[in-house]
Design a protein around this ligand. Structure first.
Ligand code: AHM
Ligand code: MG
Length: 332
């Protein structure tokens, strides 16, 4: 049995790393343990419901959103290796330790609409090596390096068990929290997404607002299902971490496209898009904005939004064929 800590330390020794990066991952694991503890008792501890504040995204802040954000920021800003943080819940970047080598981006509690109902939610993280000079306060440019510059990304899923999945560019590895021991154990080494889609996950309440070529793709998906020996099933939780995680293990497409009104979609490029795209590519899958690989989309601001298409290469390529050519209706 390998604990997260042992796994991180072994990898650090192999790379002759300084240990700085490992300590950040360890803190993220600690935050995961604490948040898992609070979430499981939330309805008993008066932690459900709205806080009465609105965040930078214009969304109502839930008490647990606030708790997760505060806990992660406190924990990580005490870490001497963290130069600064950016959070979906914070308007501006938060400089931490000028001597730190890394910056961390967070979606502290993803799936806010599910928080009060006992449905799985998650924490998403992404880590970059700073580009501003050591010894100075970090700058926004450290956070806007683009998806390919991520040195690590991952998520913690608070579901039937608490899982931590991450990548440092050497595959995706998953750990399960054993609450009795208070340790994450390696349970999913080298995760690959199955190449065939078993599931599709999207909220189609705005389908009439999607571009016609994407509506044609959805019609194609249903048509294939009518004739296929193995039709794909709809599964949509409404928590990106949970939806992505299921699709990662079982093979499935997740998409959150833009609409005529909001072509940029809902999800955030830095806090949700890039980290999930890094994990997807490392698991042999694809992630795009419908036009290009998401990791190649240049960022211009920290709270930028993006359409997101993520899943097995075959399914994503099919979507691209629809989006980028005019597939005649009679082929459907
Ligand atoms: P959040 O960060 O405020 O929780 O919003 C992001 C969430 C994702 O987890 C999920 O994929 C999506 O919003 C669901 O949106 P919708 O309710 O429109 O289907
Ligand atoms: Mg989110």
């Amino acid at each position: 049995m390998t604990t997260l800590e042992q796994f991180i330390i072994t990898r650090q020794q192999e790379r002759e790393g300084s240990g700085a990066f490992s300590k950040i991952l360890r803190d993220l694991g600690l935050a995961g343990k604490l948040l898992s503890f609070y979430l499981r008792r939330a309805s008993l501890s008066g932690l459900l419901g709205e806080l009465g504040l609105t965040n930078i995204q214009g969304e109502s802040v839930q008490k647990l959103d606030h708790l997760a954000n505060t806990l992660l920021i406190r924990l990580l800003s005490q870490n001497p290796h963290v130069a600064g943080l950016a959070s979906e819940e914070e308007e501006h970047i938060l400089p931490a330790n000028p001597e730190g080598k890394y910056v961390v981006l967070l979606d502290p509690l993803d799936g806010s609409s599910n928080i009060d109902t006992g449905v799985p939610v998650g924490t998403i993280f992404s880590i970059y090596r700073r580009i501003s000079p050591l010894g100075t306060p970090c700058s926004e440019a450290d956070f806007l390096q683009g998806g390919r510059a991520q040195v690590a990304a991952g998520y913690i899923l608070y579901g039937t068990s608490t899982l931590l999945f991450y990548t440092t560019g050497e595959g995706v590895h998953g750990f399960t929290l054993e609450p009795a021991a208070g340790e994450f154990f390696l349970t999913y080494p080298h995760v690959e997404m199955p190449p065939k889609s078993t599931y599709y996950s999207f909220n189609d309440n705005q389908l009439h607002e999607w571009e016609p070529s994407l509506q044609r793709y959805v019609a194609d998906l249903h048509t294939r299902n009518r004739t296929s020996a193995k039709p794909q099933s709809l599964r949509y939780v409404g928590s990106l971490v949970a939806d992505f995680h299921r699709n990662l293990l079982k093979g499935g497409l997740f998409m959150y496209p833009g609409t005529v009104q909001k072509p940029e979609g809902k999800l955030r490029l830095l806090y949700e898009g890039y980290p999930m795209a890094f994990l997807a590519e490392q698991a042999g899958a694809k992630a795009t904005n419908g036009r290009q690989a998401l990791l190649d989309v240049p960022p211009s601001k920290i709270h930028q939004r993006t359409p997101l298409f993520i899943g097995p290469a075959e399914e994503i390529d099919r979507i691209h064929t629809f989006l980028n050519t005019n597939v005649p209706v009679e082929t459907l």
